[in-house]
Design a protein around this ligand. Sequence first.
Ligand code: MV4
Length: 449
Amino acid sequence: MNKILIANRGEIAVRIIRACKEMNIKTVAVYSEIDKDAMHTRLADETVCIGPANSGKSYLNFKNIIEAANITGADSIHPGFGFLSENSQFAKICEESNIKFIGPSYKVIELMGNKSNAKELMKSAGVPVVPGSDGSVRGIKDAIYIAKKIGYPVILKAAAGGGGKGIRVANNQEELESNYNLVKQEAKLSFNDDEIYIEKFIKNPRHVEIQVLADEYGNVVHLGERDCTVQRKHQKVIEETPSTAIDEKLRNKMGEAAIKAVKASGYTSCGTVEFLVDSDKNFYFMEMNTRIQVEHPITEERTGIDIVKEQIKIAAGEKLKLKQKDIEFRGCSIECRINAENPSKYFMPCPGTITGLNLPGGNGIRIDTAIYEGYAIPPTYDSMIAKIIVHGANRNEAISKMKRALEETVIEGVDTNIDFLFQIIKNHNFIRGDFDTSFIENEILKKEV
Ligand code: MV4
């Protein structure tokens, strides 16, 4: 690999450019008209404007991105996360254009994109799944029959969904009958695919995911878990590793299940296997994310492994040098996502120019960001502007570091969620590791202000 085009923006584009520089790989940034002065545009060796601010016409524009790769002689494309990262059609077009897509094959992206098919495959591979329909539901009668068998409450999910879009809970048959059509309509509208599946609703679960690396020769390792239970409206807010919900024994079991999932699907590249963990410590496969994720740095801090470099080496056809027994898990790492938004106004995004900036530093603190003083955060893209990642010998130390880091942080000119993050970090139940997916709604938002 000689030259990588990064088909993304913001902190992940910067993260990838940095990995390339350390590997002596040339970089091409693509940017929309509004991102002319963005950090990723400034850091890359070459830049190509791929269209107007609207991401449909720029960061999602297949034709312009492929053309940018051809013009600059880039031999590969890193999609980052979001945008084209899980678009199997784009991955296919890269392959047909003789450009290496840095990620799994388009066939695996397609397979995992249908959550119902992915679940069936996992079930047959012996990975634990939530009881529910065998594949998709055939009709309302089928749904009622399955719900009776597994017992209420049940959850209806769009097969093409994921990450929280197109899901609804039904507590009884009446709710099932009304929600069935609603989810089908939502699925049709959002994904142009009205396939849905049904499963037992797990109350107050934890979201625990396993990071994996798989090369093109069948070598697979897992890099432990991330606990992403602290979310608001399906947006992760704080992630940590290790999870306070699992112990060494469960980590090994979930790691082995994740490796099984990877091998059963022929997955290559870095990826994440998402599980729900219930209050009795049972775990169930949810979905697989076929990309590098926002929260990958906490795994890097805890294992000392550069996941983006590993991902690039795998795409270049190298063999994984890492062996499972050599992977060590050290201390605790926590990430806070800083968003330009106003928590007291329903978390409304707050774009604007950064007039003053002081980012934290010192022992055990890492900042992944693409902002700088004077930078104008455009209103066009998502509001996440920085990630604070801490690493400490244990969870208490990591929490202390995060408190200090949040206190040191000054971002002027736009509203941010820094005070909101601080409320979570100092919350008694958070400190005790006692929370589930309802934590922000029930413990933070109901009680304060
Ligand atoms: C569930 C569930 C309970 N039971 N499935 C939400 C997004 C998607 N990734 C899966 N989701 C859920 N699936 C069963 N069978 C609860 C959720 C869920 C959730 C999961 C992880 C983190 C936060 C969540 C918030 C609400 C619901």
